[in-house]
Design a binder for this molecule. Structure first.
Ligand code: CUA
Length: 190
């Protein structure tokens, strides 16, 4: 309490200054925290990038290697790992309908044949860009069963708005019953 306080009440000027000073320290602390976070993420990510750089030859994408048509879709490896391989092109995804199990980690591997595309699956955190000559990959788990829309979310040309696929999230047991070793699963009507 300031000595200037009178019998009528506390010295409001001194209280205001104290409050101001307290607030200034809070702001300084927030700024210091943000700077520490920036330094940490900068150093951490430089040591371990969120998606390591993996390249692929666009010219031979359809002819050989991982992204040939017969290898697109969902596969279950010998170790039980679920992988979805897909490509984006103006203006569609292949496959057009992707099937995944619920509650099981699913790894997406995708690339683009022409320009930059991207996708997000419904309201989940499955979200990435697909860039020609690079393989985008991430692993996520779908908690709920049901069908989700998967629109392209990078402007890729006049047909961008019409570029989307569907994702069917099946109960894990139902999915595993459909998955056969060596086969690529999708929900595209044949
Ligand atoms: Cu593909 Cu927008």
């Amino acid at each position: 309490m300031s000595t200037a306080a009178t019998a009528a009440g506390p010295d409001s000027h001194a209280i205001a200054i104290a409050a101001e000073r307290r607030w200034a320290w809070v702001v300084i602390a927030i700024m210091a925290l943000l700077v520490v976070m920036m330094i940490f993420t900068g150093l951490h990510w430089s040591a371990m990038p969120p998606s390591r750089v993996e390249t692929v030859d666009v010219k031979t994408l359809h002819l050989k290697g991982e992204f040939v048509e017969s290898n697109l879709g969902t596969s279950v490896g010998a170790d039980g790992k679920v992988t979805v391989r897909l490509i984006a092109q103006q203006y569609s995804f292949q496959p057009q309908c992707i099937v995944v199990p619920a509650g099981v980690p699913v790894t997406f591997r995708g690339t683009s044949t022409d320009t930059i595309h991207g996708f997000v699956v419904g309201t989940t955190n499955a979200n990435t860009m697909l860039i020609p000559a690079f393989v985008s990959t991430f692993t996520t788990t779908f908690p709920k069963t049901g069908e989700q829309l998967m629109p392209c979310h990078e402007y890729c040309g006049t047909g961008h708005e019409a570029m989307w696929a569907r994702v069917q999230v099946l109960p894990a047991a139902e999915f595993m019953a459909k998955a056969k070793p060596g086969e690529r699963l999708s929900c595209v009507p044949r």
